[in-house]
Each structure stands twice: as structure tokens, then as C-alpha cells.
Design a protein around this ligand. Structure first.
Ligand SMILES: *Cc1c(COP(=O)(O)O)cnc(C)c1O
Length: 363
């Protein structure tokens, strides 16, 4: 067996230790005589898995007591509807458009209320972030939505906007699907954060929502019950059957994060990995990353070959070198290296070594 370095944008690389532990526990979890996927979600075994996962996540991300952690389903895209169903009260919402994912959120929210654009970097090809001081936020705004890390365009907020300092006391909603647990979160600036698990937390199927308590309990009457934050919160995420196996694996990832120094240590590793790759891209005459330096993503690094006729050769050589899933998203083309928490530094080193060799053969 040989495991490759996997640069997929999601579902994505998992910590090997987690996969090994899951394999070892597959048939009989802790002497229970059952696999986790065979357990009742209401039995004491699964409840202990669930409670440990929630407690570990709360500790890792330093989630304050007045926030609830919800384990839901439907992915980031379902939250594009579930958030307005719960928070808009049919009123107006303001969106900051910084790439494909915030565009999608904005479009979907329009089905449930008035979805406005507070700012957009589209004219820059989504290579910059609009300065918060320029955002147009209505006095009647129910919330402001941003995508913390644009997985396709490779643009990341390195600091969350301080809406209060901008004079508007409305909740900030953050789609943190693709950089959750890669860096600390300043919860004093956040009303709600959501994300699918399959980028940085575990397998697809689990969606994480972390929401300030006062924002719960305002769902529109036609909000599906299983998506009403109040029902989900009141039932400890077990209003209906939660994605039990995905929660278990995410729980193992949380323990792996704790063993490896927690989020602060992860952030330092992520900074080092991203810097290695961006420094190489900037020094190269073959490859280019177009994102403004102050908002380059540490998680998703899109890049282009200046000679695009070499794309297929680049990908074939990468695959032969055990460097997988580097093809860029179809909407933007080029390449993309996703270097989430579970991607070791050695993976980025191997990628840079391959890219350097490939560049030499192009001379
Ligand atoms: C992947 C992703 C989504 C969509 O997640 P699904 O689980 O496919 O619904 C939403 N937002 C961001 C930022 C993403 O990276």
C-alpha cells in the first residue's frame, strides 16, 4: 500500500492516524461489540462519542458558553438556505461577494428575504477583498454574510471584520467551510459560523453550525423542522438522526488536533506550508498566483502555468510523482493545491520539488 499526497479541495486529505484508528475500531468500538455506524444515536456509547466530540471542539476553537454547537446535515450549500430561514425573519441581508461561494450564498438567500450586495471584488476577478470600511450595510440589515475562505478563488479573510467598529451592530455570518480549525476564531465578531466537514474536519455528511444563543428561535414558519436551529439545539443535534459516523470521525480529528498542539500550532504549520508554496510561485517564471498578497488563502492555493498548453503534462507528471488532485476548479481552470490541516509539510515540499523539476524541463 502506498498513500499519495492528496491536494483535493474536498472531500480532502485526512490525518493518517485517524484513518488507522477508525480501521482498528471498525468492527468493535471499545468492546461494545458494534461498529460506530451500527449504534443507536440515543444509546450511551454514541452519546459519549458525541459529547466528547462537542467538548473537544469547544475547547479547540475556544467557543464561548453563549454559543451553541450544532451538528447538522446538508453541507454548506444547505446552510445557504437554512441561515436565512433562521435569521432573516423575511427582512434584508447584506452579502460581501468575494468569490464563487459567497455568490452562491447571496443567490440562495434571495429566496427567503431581500439579499443585497454590500461589496464585491468581482471586477478584480476575485483576487482582492473589499475593505470593510467601504461595505454598504443597510440600517435594517438582519445580518452580514462573508465567506471566510473562498475555496475556488483562493482568497481568505486574515482578520474578521469588526462590524461594531464600523458602526453597525448586526450579526456577522461566516461560511468557514474550508478554513475551520486552521486558525483561531475571534468569536466577539461572529454571530454564526457554518461549514461542511469535508474540507478540514472529517468526512462529508456532517455540517457544523456554531451560533450565538440569541440568534436561535427566530425561524420563519415554513422553515423545515429538521433545519430549525431551536429544535436542533433543544434536542442536542438529535431532533432527527445525526450523521453518526461522520461525527465519530470528526471527533477523532479533534483528538488528533489536540495531540498535535491545538489550533495555534496548526496555524503555525499552515503559515509555514503556505509560505513555502507562495514563495516558490512568486520566484518562478512558469507558475503564477494572481491573488493579492494580503488575502492569499493558506488552505487553497490556485495557480496557473503561464503556458497553459502544458497543463495536461503537468498533471500527468504530478500523478506519476504521487501528487494527486491538483487540477483547478472547472470554473477558473489552472491548478489548485489544497493544503488543509492534514497535509503534512513534506507534502508541500514534495509538490514544490516536483514543480521546480517540471519548470526546468520547460526551458
Ligand atoms: C465546499 C464549500 C461549500 C459547499 O459545501 P457542500 O458540503 O458541498 O454543500 C460551501 N462553502 C465553501 C466555502 C466551501 O468550500
Amino acid at each position: 500500500m502506498s498513500r499519495a499526497f492528496n491536494f483535493s479541495a474536498g472531500p480532502a486529505v485526512m490525518p493518517e492516524a485517524v484513518l488507522q484508528q477508525a480501521a482498528a475500531e471498525m468492527l468493535d468500538w471499545h468492546g461494545s461489540g458494534m461498529s460506530v455506524m451500527e449504534m443507536s444515536h440515543r444509546g450511551k456509547e454514541f452519546i459519549s462519542i458525541y459529547e466528547q466530540a462537542e467538548a473537544d471542539l469547544r475547547e479547540l476553537l475556544a467557543v464561548p458558553a453563549h454559543f451553541r454547537i450544532l451538528f447538522m446535515q446538508g453541507g454548506g450549500l444547505a446552510e445557504n438556505a437554512i441561515v436565512p430561514l433562521n435569521l432573516s425573519q423575511g427582512g434584508a441581508m447584506d452579502f460581501v461577494l468575494t468569490g464563487s461561494w459567497s455568490q452562491k450564498s447571496h443567490k440562495e438567500a434571495g429566496k427567503y428575504g431581500v439579499a443585497r450586495v454590500a461589496a464585491s471584488s468581482q471586477t478584480d476577478g476575485f483576487t482582492t477583498l473589499p475593505t470593510p470600511a467601504t461595505w454598504q450595510i443597510g440600517a435594517d440589515s438582519r445580518y452580514v454574510h462573508i465567506c471566510g475562505n473562498e475555496t475556488i478563488h483562493g482568497v481568505e479573510f486574515h482578520e474578521l471584520p469588526d462590524l461594531k467598529a464600523l458602526g453597525c451592530d448586526v450579526p456577522l455570518v461566516v461560511d468557514f467551510s474550508s478554513h475551520v480549525a486552521s486558525r483561531p476564531v475571534d468569536w466577539s465578531r461572529v454571530g454564526l459560523a457554518f461549514g461542511g466537514a469535508q474540507k478540514n474536519l472529517g468526512p462529508a455528511g456532517l455540517t457544523l453550525v456554531i451560533v450565538r444563543e440569541d440568534l436561535i428561535g427566530h425561524a420563519l414558519p415554513h422553515c423545515p423542522s429538521a433545519f430549525d436551529y431551536k429544535l436542533v439545539a433543544d434536542n442536542q443535534s438529535m431532533y432527527n438522526t445525526p450523521p453518526t459516523y461522520s461525527i465519530y470521525i470528526a471527533g477523532l480529528v479533534f483528538q488528533w488536533l489536540k495531540k498535535n498542539g491545538g489550533i495555534a500550532a496548526m496555524e503555525q504549520r499552515n503559515i509555514a506550508k503556505a509560505q513555502l508554496l507562495y514563495d516558490f510561485l512568486d520566484s518562478s517564471s512558469l507558475y503564477v498566483n494572481k491573488v493579492s498578497k494580503d488575502c492569499r488563502s493558506r488552505m487553497n492555493v490556485p495557480f496557473y502555468l503561464r503556458d497553459e498548453s502544458r497543463n495536461e503534462a503537468f498533471l500527468a507528471g504530478a500523478k506519476a510523482a504521487n501528487l494527486l488532485q491538483l487540477k483547478g476548479h472547472k470554473s477558473v481552470g489552472g491548478m489548485r493545491a489544497s493544503i488543509y490541516n492534514a497535509m503534512p509539510l513534506e507534502g508541500v515540499q514534495a509538490l514544490v520539488a516536483y514543480m521546480r523539476e517540471f519548470e526546468k524541463t520547460q526551458a
